[in-house]
Design a protein. Structure first.
Length: 134
């Protein structure tokens, strides 16, 4: 649940977007003009989130963050299998174990592997994806 305080920059941005909607209400489609005030507030919130996402497009991610994201993503797609993940990423199994340990994931208890396995159940992998790597 996102909590927005009255003086937060997000609240200010939402109020600015809401003011824009009300100022341009006659220019908006008929269905939008019929919305209740709370619904317009929700749309203003979406407008703010959208703007923030567009701003992130210009952010450059550090290589370590990209590497972590992709290893975890591959692990999920491979159902928690280190062997399959290593094969698909074309890196050694020990490298994956070392990276997971470095990022604070407990290798001993296998919790990450269980979570990855649970997340990947029911997903259809496209041809050539991890499910075919044996």
């Amino acid at each position: 649940m996102n909590v927005v305080t009255m003086n937060s920059p997000r609240r200010h941005d939402t109020m600015t977007a809401l003011a824009y909607l009300y100022d341009h209400l006659l220019d908006l489609p008929a269905w939008l003009r019929q919305l209740r005030p709370r619904q317009l507030e929700d749309i203003a919130g979406v407008m703010v989130e959208w703007q923030q996402l567009l701003g992130e497009k210009h952010r450059i991610l550090p290589m370590e963050e990209i590497e972590k994201r992709e290893v975890i993503r591959a692990l999920v797609l491979c159902g928690g299998s280190i062997s399959k993940t290593a094969k698909m990423l074309k890196i050694g199994k020990s490298t994956i174990w070392r990276k997971l340990n470095q990022w604070g994931y407990s290798v001993e208890n296998g919790m990450l592997m269980e979570q990855a396995s649970a997340l990947s159940q029911g997903r259809d992998s496209p041809a050539g994806e991890c499910s075919n790597a044996r």
